[in-house]
Design a protein around this ligand. Sequence first.
Ligand code: ADP
Ligand code: MG
Length: 239
Amino acid sequence: MPALLEVRTLWKSFGGVHAVRDCSFDVEAGRITGLIGPNGAGKSTAIDLISGFLEPDAGVIRFAGLDVQGRPAHRVARLGLVRTFQSPRVWAGLTVMENMLLAAPEEGREEVWRAVCTHARLRESEEADRAAGYLSGGQKRLLEIARFFQARPRMVLMDEPLTGVNPVLGARIGEGIKHLVAAGMTVLMVEHNLPFVERVCGTVIVMALGRSIAHGPLAALRSDPAVIDAYLGQVPARV
Ligand code: ADP
Ligand code: MG
């Protein structure tokens, strides 16, 4: 079985900066895969390229067997490949419930309303009627994850989901991400918090200087000299 996402010899430069250079990796379906590496390694650029927010200079991005490189983000999203940003994006002026309703495909919205009307817990939940703009960063992140349960993409790319999030909400975000996968979705997640990555990600891809230099379970990568040299050696306190 081919991987759900195949990245092959991907290149992207900004002027003279080779942000992504000859980068190749696979992401298997039904898993949470981590994408780690030092600052400036090209992780966010890779996420931008895969999700269609940037056009690659060269290379192949194959999603569910389709070549998607160069397609704009809205077309990639329609195939079920979506992403989050370093700061969570919600419709700030709408309530939490309205955010949820808008995430549901049109034919599913009636179902959401029915759930709202029948389940006392949801109906009476204080958060449901609150404008999403007033949520904390971590709560917005949880709302983003909740919306994925409505929208049911095949794959979610997350860029640093724990940035600016307190540890209590961080743990809930970890549980939310695990539930996405239990519900059949696939997740590729950029994250610097290595204990979190170790708890949540079965497998990890390491990027350095624009390319993927290693992959496997984080425990195994800890003794990989190339990984220690490029990344782990720089963050001993966190390992
Ligand atoms: P990471 O997410 O791993 O920290 P990035 O993908 O953000 O790395 O950046 C990789 C390199 O590309 C860095 O040197 C960064 O400064 C550069 N870069 C990223 N985006 C741009 C841009 N829009 N214009 C110019 N340089 C960029
Ligand atoms: Mg980044």
